[in-house]
Design a protein around this ligand. Structure first.
Ligand code: THU
Length: 150
């Protein structure tokens, strides 16, 4: 874990975005992906400036495999951290972007719907608001309505 402060918002310092991508690439070296041969690394930046990494961890019982983004969120929450500015995600070293899967978009939304998602573009980091990747998300307020008395 390292430290780098950046407030929430719709823009991110490009230098910081590149740094997060580098950390995601470094983490990817530890991915456990013997079944898909598709290693993924993620670097999650908290609002208080800490960076948590995650990798995908697969299993012979395929459905038990976990994604890199989810591993990063779990690691951050386990450390007592809430509120996130951005997450960088990298897939295999083939020059193509690795967008978060649908399940991870939902997990990231719960962690912080305002976060930015950074992927690798041909000429540098591509920064996309999570809200654009998961519009009309199912969220906490949708569950809570059950407790409201008619
Ligand atoms: N994977 C991730 O780690 N994150 C994603 O958002 C997309 C998919 C992993 C899951 C599996 O281990 C491998 O990539 C192939 O799907």
């Amino acid at each position: 874990m390292t430290t780098d402060r950046q407030g929430p918002g719709d823009s991110l310092d490009p230098h910081l975005a590149r740094r997060l991508l580098e950390q995601a690439r470094a983490a990817r070296a530890h991915a456990y992906a013997p079944y898909s041969d598709f290693p993924v690394g993620a670097a999650l930046l908290s609002r208080d400036g800490r960076i948590f990494t995650g990798v995908n961890v697969e299993n012979a019982s395929y459905g038990l495999s976990t994604c890199a983004e989810r591993a990063a969120v779990v690691s951050a929450v386990a450390a007592g951290t809430r509120g996130f500015t951005a997450i960088a995600v990298v897939g295999p070293e083939d020059g193509r972007a690795c967008p978060p899967c649908g399940a991870c978009r939902q997990i990231l939304h719960e962690a912080d719907p305002e976060m930015l998602v950074i992927t690798e573009g041909t000429s540098g980091p591509v920064i996309t608001p999570l809200r654009a990747l998961l519009p009309s998300a199912f969220e906490r307020s949708d569950v809570r309505r059950r407790s409201v008395q008619p």
